[in-house]
Write a protein that binds this ligand. Structure first.
Ligand code: SAM
Ligand code: SF4
Ligand code: F3S
Length: 477
């Protein structure tokens, strides 16, 4: 079968950007779909499952939504702004539908789950509304919609993991891939809509995870990121043997698939990352030394209102533990400004915990009330928007100082780098990432190297977000 490019746009509020992917083309006369994803990596990973389901139904793919028979938008509800962006985009798709009778528009993902059939009322030209656990129903719903009926399936499941579906890689550079290991979330952070849009947490069969990782290695992939809202609570019980697999054990099994494969994971809830996980990371060079450990707030009272189940002191002790067991490991975070009742003093606690934790990078947001969440029901969204924004700016400025400090600290050191592509700015340079997940740019001096090669780079300079250096020989241990 032939490989063609399809336009698959990722509008990730965290990983801003677009991606183009390869997908199996079907018969030239077959129907075509176009898919666009918003939100987190989990959504992007789900779009790869959807692409596999559509491929099996004989759908080909297109980069041009105007020529598609089926436009799918995989949506995000995490903040109000995310939903606004998607609504705007839907109006563009509606125009395309007017020019192409018979075209279907489907809304997938978290916004579909949150708004359910109301979405059909609000967005008159939407034909399909499908929640994150209902993608197997897509072919039937498409048939119904082709017959003129609106198709809705927003049933959440307690056991759907799509573990048996081989995702069709959409934004593939052939080097890095996502592998989903859990779905849903049981945590009930009071600000968060995810438990409502993605349902109860469930873990995917560890054997199917290892098989997917092995297949990626066989295809030449060099890095996998294990995905879940809370990967550390991964827990699988084999129904035949009764053997249990914790996240630490799974991480080890994945690391052992190939020493030539870098392994990342995201996200860790601070309450669940265990010493066992940290020791496993220390034991395996190919488990990347980078932990995303969202703090959300640095004030214990606010953390309690957020239902994060840890205090400021407990979080700081966790950071200390990581620094002790994994020297040189980067720590990144998510931070929210202006949560309900947050005072200036509480906000200063957030700035000071950032400083204490020395985050290498953070994703930063102002609080956006989401209908139906615990916070929306219990607390007043009482911090004025301009105050939320001013505090957010102070958080962004603090992170700017910390990121610069972290990068300056790397000057003179040597890191292994996985080459991903030519540098965006110059074809004469390579771009890759260190184990700590820092983007690194260096001149192409060796003709044998290519994307997917590992090299050692000595850092001699940096910008705000990038390390700069030169290729050197591997250090002698
Ligand atoms: N499960 C992960 C965790 O617990 O860290 C990530 C959850 S969410 C997809 C990513 C980030 O969005 C959260 O860590 C939080 O900082 C932010 N977020 C979630 N709900 C929000 C809200 N209502 N307003 C602003 N930011 C929010
Ligand atoms: Fe949302 Fe909290 Fe679950 Fe993360 S852990 S997805 S912030 S409820
Ligand atoms: Fe958004 Fe849903 Fe992810 S709300 S951040 S797409 S889990």
């Amino acid at each position: 079968m032939e490989l063609v490019d399809i336009g698959h746009k990722i509008h990730d509020e965290q990983r801003q950007g677009e991606a183009f992917g390869a997908i199996l083309a079907s018969h030239p006369n077959s129907k075509k779909f176009y898919i666009e994803s918003y939100g987190c990596a989990m959504n992007f990973s789900d779009s790869e499952v959807v692409a596999a389901i559509l491929n099996a139904e004989g759908f080909g793919a297109t980069t041009q939504f105007e020529e598609a028979d089926l436009i799918l938008v995989n949506t995000c509800s995490i903040r109000e702004k995310a939903e606004q962006t998607i609504r705007k985009r839907l109006t563009e798709f509606r125009k395309a539908k007017r020019n192409k009778p018979g075209m279907l528009i489907g809304v997938l993902g978290c916004m579909a789950e949150r708004l359910k059939s109301n979405l059909l009322e609000e967005e008159k030209l939407v034909d399909l509304v499908i929640g994150p656990d209902a993608y197997r129903a897509l072919p039937d719903l498409i048939k119904e919609a082709e017959g003129g009926q609106k198709g809705v399936n927003v049933m959440l499941s307690r056991d759907e993991t799509y573990g048996d579906i081989s995702p069709v890689r959409l934004n593939t550079n052939g080097i890095t891939a996502f592998v989903s290991i859990t779905r849903g979330c049981n945590n009930m952070c009071s600000f968060c809509v995810v438990p409502f849009t993605r349902g109860r947490e469930r873990s995917r069969d560890s054997l199917s995870i290892i098989a997917e990782v092995q297949a990626l290695v066989n295809e030449g992939y060099k890095e996998v990121t294990l995905l879940g809202q809370n990967v550390d609570s991964y827990y699988w019980v084999d129904e035949h043997t009764g053997a249990t697999t914790t996240f630490a054990r799974l991480l080890e099994q994945v690391a052992l698939v190939s020493p030539d494969l870098w392994v990342r994971f995201s996200t860790s809830h601070p309450k669940d990352i265990t010493d066992e996980v940290l020791y496993t990371m220390a034991r395996h060079d190919n488990i990347c030394k980078c932990i995303h450990l969202p703090v959300q707030s640095g004030n214990s009272r606010v953390l309690q209102l957020m239902n994060r189940t840890y205090t400021r002191e407990w979080y700081m002790a966790k950071v200390d533990r990581i620094r002790t067991l994994l020297p040189g490991c980067s720590i990144t975070s998510d931070v929210i400004s202006g949560f309900c009742t947050e005072t200036e003093e509480d906000h200063r606690d957030t700035l000071s915990i950032m400083e204490y934790s020395n985050y290498d990078m953070s994703y930063m947001y102002f609080y956006s009330e989401r209908p139906g969440t615990l916070a929306a029901r219990r607390y007043q969204d009482d911090i004025p928007l301009e105050v939320k924004k001013r505090r957010l700016q102070e958080i962004v400025d603090m992170q700017g100082v910390l990121s610069r400090k972290s990068n300056l600290n790397d000057i003179g050191k040597t890191f292994q780098v996985l080459i991903e592509s030519s540098s965006r700015k110059s074809d004469a340079d390579w771009q890759g990432r260190t184990s700590q997940n820092k983007i690194t740019v260096f001149p192409k001096t060796d003709a044998d190297l290519k994307p997917g090669s590992y090299v050692w780079v000595k850092i001699n300079d940096c910008t705000r977000a990038t390390l700069l250096g030169n290729i050197v020989d591997a250090p002698q241990h």
